[in-house]
Design a protein. Structure first.
Length: 257
């Protein structure tokens, strides 16, 4: 018999391919077998995706450093995890757009100035959410560069390996956000504006936590480096905010307000 995945020849009695590890499928596809495969892949506690997700909370170094050092089967690979995050972020945006939710009333909309301020805020929010996937990808090379500069003393990771660190971290936060925000928005337990405000500090806290774990540093060793890293990220945020405003002005989005 030949493996349907890599074409390697194996014995009739083998249940898995000795080369790629693929499971030998002998029976035809049925509704029952399809449902079993989906349940086993996505809802089983011990499946690879759930294991990756939970471990990135409890021991991010296990997934990230493991991948960098060559552990590629136990957890979801970094590109696949990031691709899943981009997909879920798109679904989140589609879901929220269908809810037609209003932004919280920060301004006095009974006045003309208040109406224009509210429209201005909505324009920025719409722009940033529509291009969320692009923004996520643009930030990551800068995060890796900042970490390379801030942690240069330790020489543990090269630039490419730091890209892996932040691809995993950003994907993990995006997946969590894509699940929680629609649920919390529907339940009205938190406003969309408040959730959007909390995303950035939560992201920063998780980045620092993950960097501490992957570098194996103490809280004291992380303190000064955290301040420097946050300063670089704040400057990057200001630059991207200015670029976003320029793009929006050039595209005429503000003319609609």
């Amino acid at each position: 018999m030949n493996c349907k995945n890599c074409k390697t020849i194996f014995e009739e009695s083998d249940d898995y391919c000795s080369r790629c590890g693929g499971k030998v499928i002998r029976n035809r596809l049925t509704i029952k077998s399809l449902f079993h495969h989906i349940s086993e892949t996505y809802f089983n506690y011990d499946n690879k995706l759930l294991r990756t997700y939970l471990t990135l909370f409890s021991e991010p170094e296990e997934v990230i450093v493991g991948y960098i050092n060559g552990t590629r089967k136990k957890y979801v690979d970094v590109i696949g995890y990031f691709a899943l995050a981009i997909t879920l972020s798109g679904l989140q945006l589609f879901f929220l757009s269908k809810l037609d939710m209003d932004m919280p009333a920060y301004y006095d909309t009974t006045t003309e100035i208040g109406k224009r301020q509210e429209a201005f805020t909505k324009a920025i929010y719409t722009f940033t959410t529509e291009y969320q996937a692009l923004v996520l990808m643009l930030y990551i090379p800068f995060y890796a560069l900042f970490a390379k500069l801030v942690f240069r003393k330790y020489k543990k990771f090269n630039y490419t390996e730091l890209l892996v660190v932040f691809l995993y971290c950003q994907a993990h936060l995006s997946i969590t956000s894509a699940v929680l925000i629609p649920v919390l928005s529907i339940s009205d337990s938190m406003s969309l504006g408040l959730l959007s405000t909390l995303i950035l500090p939560i992201q920063l806290i998780y980045f620092i936590y993950a960097l501490k774990r992957v570098y194996g540093l103490t809280a004291r060793q992380m303190f000064f480096r955290t301040l420097v890293f946050l300063l670089w990220m704040f400057l990057l945020f200001i630059i991207f905010s200015i670029l976003t405003a320029v793009i929006m002005i050039k595209s005429g989005m503000f003319d609609k307000t």
